[in-house]
Design a protein around this ligand. Structure first.
Ligand code: GEK
Length: 245
């Protein structure tokens, strides 16, 4: 059963705040952390299931890149009815993957989920009808993002879709400040203190590197996607869908 432990990793004053990493302490509280930190997270995960129902077709693969504890893979596995499909879930954090494995054993999804420990930048993407990057691209070195998306585009079958969910930077700056403020208001309403918010912010600085929605759309077009649009946004968090024509 996935952990229900409350995220209190940044509740005490830490003095020097270290860089955020996906270690055992984070994995243990991850479901609570992400639901109370990302507005719309549950909706996005659930709607990935709706998209999968349409896009994942027979005899193809669906990739969940940066799968963490497998929430997206499991949502997709619930809706896919096409035969002979496989979900391939990849993450480079062993602490996340071991809990993902336990969640899969617990929920016993009808669609097989293959777990791979590795860097998504080195992943072989083949015969894909759908690829999901739910809040993962933001952690990839910006210099590697185009190559990763080009690799995904090559591995998608015609008509296949890519979903990218991200924290984004808003332009112009005053609107970014407003969205960041509204995000912090959301976190306070979820029970995080100002100290937790500021220490977490410091920990993810230079680790989570957000881009603007225009940068995302431009990159998707530059690697070949014929169409791309935002299908969900709440404050400075959004999800895009791109289709290979
Ligand atoms: C969800 N998608 O619940 N290669 C492989 N994994 C990576 C890499 C990389 N280069 N960089 C980061 N990760 C999930 C949530 S969390 C989002 C995704 C967050 C992994 C990292 O180990 C972590 O598990 C995940 O990407 C990001 O729908 O914490 O905000």
């Amino acid at each position: 059963m996935p952990s229900k432990r409350r995220d209190q990793l940044f509740a005490e004053s830490l003095g020097a705040v270290g860089k955020f990493i996906f270690d055992d302490r984070v994995a243990e509280v991850f479901p609570d952390m992400i639901s109370r930190s990302v507005p719309g997270y549950q909706s996005i995960v659930q709607h990935c299931g709706d998209l999968a129902e349409r896009f994942v077709c027979a005899d193809s693969n669906c990739y969940d890149l940066g799968c963490s504890l497998g929430a997206t893979s499991l949502a997709i596995a619930k809706t896919v009815t096409a035969s002979n499909t496989r979900i391939i879930a990849i993450d480079n954090a062993p602490a996340m993957l071991s809990r993902c494995r336990a969640a899969i054993e617990h929920f016993k999804p009808a669609v097989p989920i293959t777990l791979i420990e590795g860097d998504i930048c080195d992943a072989a993407i083949e015969n894909a009808s759908m690829v999901v990057l739910n809040f993962t691209l933001q952690f990839v070195d910006p210099n590697k993002r185009s190559a990763l998306l080009a690799n995904i585009y090559r591995g998608l079958n015609p008509g296949g879709c890519l979903v990218i969910s991200e924290k984004i930077r808003i332009q112009p700056a005053p609107l970014d400040a407003l969205m960041v403020d509204l995000h912090h208001q959301f976190k306070r309403a979820q029970g995080y203190s100002d100290l937790e918010i500021s220490q977490k912010r410091e920990a993810i600085e230079d680790v989570l590197i957000p881009e603007t929605r225009e940068q995302h759309i431009d990159r998707l077009q530059s690697v070949g996607f014929e169409s791309a649009t935002i299908w969900f946004q709440c404050y400075n968090f959004c999800s895009l869908v791109a289709i290979k024509g």
